[in-house]
Design a protein around this ligand. Sequence first.
Ligand code: TYM
Length: 332
Amino acid sequence: TPRVFSGIQPSGGLTLGNYLGAIKRFVEMQDSGVETIYCVVDLHAITVWQDPEALPRQTRELAAGYIAAGLDPEKSILFNQSQVAEHAQLAWIFNCVARMGWMSRMTQWKDKAGKNQQNASLGLFAYPSLMAADILLYHATHVPVGEDQKQHLELTRDIALKFNHDYKTDFFPITEPVIEGAATRVMSLRDGSKKMSKSDPSDASRINMTDDADTIAKKIRKAKTDPDALPSEAKGLEDRPEARNLVNIFAALSESSIDEVLRDVGGKQFSEFKPMLAELAVNKLAPISSEMERLMQDQAEIDRILRGGAARARAIAAPILQRTYDIVGMVR
Ligand code: TYM
């Protein structure tokens, strides 16, 4: 039976990229009736420095964002990674299965470590091994993510394959990445060749889930575009990364295909399209951000939900870790 797992780092505010590439699809999968497990991956977040004064708020805000966007903590298991110790325990086993060479090829490692790799944390290097543990600890079969996580999911498959091969077992499943929809790679509003990211120094490059209506409208109005009118079919978007990005965002927010969007807006100038996009974005995002704000009034309730989720997660994870220890030959 299918089981879905995914996670998001509580490393600052949520962006429209996180929403369209991940959370919105998490909700769709939950509502399709399969078993869904969603995590706030705080152990991943601390692979780069997180202020201990800020991390609790970021963790609760992400949990609130999940719920405000439609995740139901009764239907889905919603929890915080560090509350289920089995994640770190299985990650250690996988650190001994994965190879240094595999990790050094990861583009996220190269991007985040920058020029001075010797000064990056060991945790940042081992990041994908913890991610494989997140997924395989639940024998998850499907993992919805944005395009940027594809390489990490391939490495998860490599770890499962090598573990199964080395220990002569078929214990770990080979997981399917689910990278689907119009917005698997939402780009920066300032540069159509860069991913929209919470770590971009320019706030104008992204839409934050907590931006108010005026800010959203202003960022879209100022978004970089070319001077031409919108094309009437998708192939007219080739070589127009900024135009393509805005059309993709429109399609994902309005739950229509690129072709359907272009049927309506083909031939329009950006001066006419941008206000349409801004209105759509505000209509979709404002209810989520106001619900997030409401949920954040009651921290005790968020903590209660996360604790409940952790107990349910552990009930699945603990036997799988114990089985793994047996396979590896740990005496208990
Ligand atoms: P993180 O926190 O960087 O991103 C969370 C999710 O948002 C997606 N995403 C985007 N999608 C489209 N366009 C964008 N501009 C954009 N920016 C971010 C990411 O692809 C991701 O799906 N390593 C993961 C967290 C993780 C995880 C896991 C995921 C830890 N363990 C296990 C799946 C399964 C990450 O970097 O998340």
